[in-house]
Design a protein around this ligand. Structure first.
Ligand SMILES: NC(=O)c1ccc[n+]([C@@H]2O[C@H](COP(=O)([O-])OP(=O)(O)OC[C@H]3O[C@@H](n4cnc5c(N)ncnc54)[C@H](O)[C@@H]3O)[C@@H](O)[C@H]2O)c1
Ligand SMILES: O=P(O)(O)OC[C@H](O)CO
Length: 276
């Protein structure tokens, strides 16, 4: 008999002292039981329709992991268990920010090549973020469903993408669009970006660039800026100012010019990060 907690919530919480907290850490701290996470390319409607997908469970305990997998896995919902829990959870949170960037690209009509660049650079930001703030994470985790696969599906089929596209096209605020398009649901991307931005500001890291040993994740900085900017603007100016903001966002990510030369499964990220 064992007690554990498995959840699929995406996002961070603000921590005392100006940082951010992972939800799994908060649950473990309060309930004093181990916490595992489930993240993956799992748009709820498609899972409900029993269309094939994969998912990732992050679980530290080698005995509990297979028990959770066997309890959840079906023919159409395939589970891979990894022990890199924090990276799995961070992927689930950060990819929502990148999806807003993908939505801006769609709203601006920039095409699939640009969107692929946003997705690639967003993935590199996620890798770098884990390396800086959750050292010990494994690069191989980003190649599980919780990493690249969830990033792709969210950047094509998710709510963050959809609303962000409408945000650029219509000139309405995120709040208005949520009310109109999501039937009571909320976007995670802008909120998560603000939390991460808050943490970076408190650490004095918001103006660092990728060439510094500290870094600035551009979409994390520019997604909330774009969203805020838009919500404060007036109708005739909104589309123009949002576009300007979104273009800044794209310019910044393209300046990153990061490259992943090699990848060896299962090794800690800092073995690779010097090549980014
Ligand atoms: N929908 C998907 O395809 C999908 C897939 C994978 C993971 N997720 C994640 O699962 C979580 C829930 O997604 P969803 O689609 O069910 O969202 P949802 O918006 O339908 O539901 C979220 C619920 O949380 C409640 N809520 C919000 N803030 C709260 C608070 N502070 N205290 C108590 N309740 C609060 C809301 O009232 C709402 O009922 C999110 O973190 C999402 O990123 C969603
Ligand atoms: O609809 P989104 O943008 O919240 O994305 C949904 C899920 O995160 C996909 O796994």
């Amino acid at each position: 008999m064992f007690l554990t907690f498995l959840f699929s919530l995406q996002g961070f919480d603000r921590a005392e002292g100006g940082g951010i907290d992972l939800i799994s850490h908060i649950i473990t701290r309060h309930l004093r039981i181990p916490c595992s996470v489930l993240m993956g390319a799992n748009l709820a409607g498609e899972v409900a329709d029993e269309k094939f997908c994969e998912t990732t469970i992050g679980c530290k305990d080698s005995k509990t992991g297979p028990v959770l997998r066997d309890a959840i896995q079906t023919d159409y919902f395939r589970v891979v268990v990894v022990d890199d829990v924090d990276t799995v959870e961070v992927c689930g949170a950060l990819k929502n920010i990148v999806a807003c960037g993908a939505g801006f690209v769609d709203g601006l009509g920039l095409g699939d090549n640009t969107k692929a660049a946003v997705i690639r650079l967003g993935l590199m930001e996620m890798v770098k973020f884990v390396d800086v703030f959750y050292p010990g994470g494994k690069l191989s985790t980003f190649f599980e469903s919780c990493g690249i696969a969830d990033l792709i599906t969210t950047c094509y089929g998710g709510r963050n993408r959809k609303v962000s596209e409408a945000f650029v096209r219509t000139g309405k605020s995120i709040k208005e669009l949520e009310d109109e398009m999501l039937n009571g649901q909320k976007l995670q991307g802008p909120f998560t970006a603000e939390e991460v931005n808050y943490m970076l500001k408190n650490k004095g890291m918001e103006d660092k660039t990728t060439s510094d040993s500290h870094y600035l994740p551009p979409s994390i900085k520019y997604v909330p800026e774009c969203c805020h900017h838009q919500s404060l603007s007036i109708a005739s100016e909104t589309t123009q100012s949002t576009c300007k903001c979104a273009i800044h966002f794209l310019l910044f990510i393209s300046c990153m010019n990061t490259k992943l030369d090699s990848y060896e499964s299962g090794r800690p990220i800092h073995h690779h990060i010097s090549k980014l």
